[in-house]
Design a protein around this ligand. Structure first.
Ligand code: SF4
Ligand code: SF4
Length: 471
């Protein structure tokens, strides 16, 4: 593909700016060529240092031909950028408007689209001293269409029936396989769906990249998986971001353990009988004896009060620096802490320090506030139900959940004023008592937080279900 020259050759031959680098690897070098050591650091393998000529000049890669213009891929969009560090640009301050318009047209031509499709890595998140000059959204769309990638649909409430239809085909026991826990993150991620090979595939996108919060809903055949990764790799600057989370089946060599969720017997939690639950029972009894209370089904009109409660609870948690009750190291956990973690938050948190875990937990509290707000707002429409506990006329605890299938009910959120001792155990028990026909309660995972894990285990789960990520 031929391009009109922007920088006069004579200028480049007198300049030592291009094809030489101080680091290896570097975003500024063309991915098509190797770097070799040189007197001043590194140089492209095709650069003749004696006369500054390129040995493959007529066939040099597209990004070399474009420079000082760059293809800037950022937040799922593509733009033309100008690298202001080019000596020609710095010294001559050329008018770029006309040439940028010409490049935009040239890059829209089929041969350019095909070349860009084959070499997506030349589009990168260039930042330092780069000025964005033209949007290349149309070019980006053409590259996607050329690669025959399907168009992703933005997920809305109207799509719930189709998502539910595909969710019904899957029986995992993992809490993510329901519309509610997927949709409540809509203010933190752009959520997309598309049907590939009869599998409904969901994607979350934020400014880090795009990934799948759960496995393709269907038979998950290899062709569907391959296309899902092609889509993610197309949108992601860093292919390591491309992953499928919450896969229920381990596939040695391909999957990595993400988290484990816990299933408790619903009846056991409703009754809290026996020695194993004596501390929980004592906490409930303390609450019942000391506070006049009412248990009410959650209604939309309670949303504002529940949000206020969340802020209070979040601050109490942050002050204690520990998830859900500071007595976790002892056998007297003081909370239940059902709180969904933002997908991806703990994916690679294994082996991290306590301070990392504190940071992770604080971030989880912030993110979950956003999802709690969405859960309260759309509760009925996304299939959530729950209860509040009022004490002294004010809402002091709120819990929301959903039926995952005929056997399992999942408690998604539980927030309470921890100043009222025993209220967390009380609302949890009352919620379980009011459920009928469910054998298990899924109390979700611990996002790799040891304290949270100890707390969950104190409810004596009967089963553990592993969630894996595929990279
Ligand atoms: S920095 Fe600019 S002027 Fe110097 S060689 Fe590169 S393109 Fe030419
Ligand atoms: S291929 Fe040629 S123009 Fe491109 S970096 Fe190497 S020497 Fe420079």
């Amino acid at each position: 593909m031929n391009l009109k020259q922007f920088v006069p050759s004579g200028y480049c031959l007198r300049c030592l700016g291009c094809c030489r680098f101080s680091a290896n690897p570097t975003i500024w070098a063309t991915p098509a060529c190797r770097l070799v050591e040189s007197s001043a650091g590194y140089r492209c393998e095709h650069l003749n240092e004696n006369d500054s000529r390129c040995a493959i000049y007529s066939k040099r890669p597209l990004d070399c031909r474009l420079y000082p213009f760059l293809l800037v891929k950022r937040n799922g969009s593509l733009s033309l950028g100008l690298h202001k560090s080019c000596f020609f640009v710095e010294e001559k301050r050329p008018n770029i408007r006309e040439y940028a318009g010409y490049l935009k047209k040239a890059l829209s031509r089929p041969e350019a689209i095909s070349e860009l499709g084959k070499n997506p890595e030349i589009c990168a998140d260039y930042r330092e001293n780069v000025e964005i000059v033209v949007d290349l959204g149309e070019v980006y769309k053409k590259i996607r269409d050329n690669k025959a990638l399907p168009k992703l649909n933005r997920l809305t409430l109207k799509d719930k029936p189709i998502v539910d239809k595909y969710l019904k085909k899957i029986q995992t026991g993992l809490s993510t396989y329901h519309f509610a826990p997927l949709f409540i993150w809509k203010d933190l991620f752009k959520i997309y769906w598309v049907v590939i090979e009869n599998n409904l595939c969901l994607f979350y996108q934020d400014n880090i990249g795009i990934f799948m919060p759960l496995a393709p809903l269907g038979d998950g055949n290899e062709r569907a998986l391959k296309q899902c990764f092609e889509i993610m790799d197309f949108y992601n600057l860093n292919k390591e971001v491309s992953r499928i989370e919450n896969v229920a089946i381990e596939d040695a060599g391909r999957t990595k353990l993400k988290d484990s969720e816990y299933l408790c017997l619903c009846e056991a939690l409703a009754q809290l009988k026996g020695d194993a639950y004596r501390h929980k029972r004592a906490s409930c009894n303390h609450f019942v004896r000391n506070y006049p209370y009412q248990v009410l089904a959650y209604r939309q009109s309670m949303r504002k009060d529940c949000l206020e409660l969340y802020h209070l609870w979040r601050n109490q948690r942050k002050q204690s620096h520990k998830p859900a009750g500071s007595g976790l190291a002892s056998d007297k956990p003081e909370g239940n802490a059902c709180l969904p973690a933002r997908q991806g938050a703990a994916s690679d948190s294994r082996s991290h320090s306590q301070s990392h875990n504190d940071q992770l937990y604080r971030q989880m509290l912030e993110d979950s506030g956003v999802s709690f707000n969405a859960a309260l707002r759309y509760s009925k429409r996304i299939g959530l139900s729950g209860y509040v506990v009022k004490a002294s006329g004010k809402i002091k605890a709120c819990s929301l959940g959903y039926p995952l299938n005929k056997e399992i009910f999942c408690i998604l959120f539980e927030v309470c004023d921890l100043g009222l001792r025993g209220i967390a155990q009380f609302i949890f028990r009352e919620f379980c008592r009011r459920l009928s026909g469910y054998k298990y309660i899924n109390i979700m995972g611990c996002s790799d937080l040891e304290n949270l894990k100890a707390l969950k285990l104190s409810y004596r789960p009967l089963k553990q279900i592993n969630a894996y990520n595929i990279y």
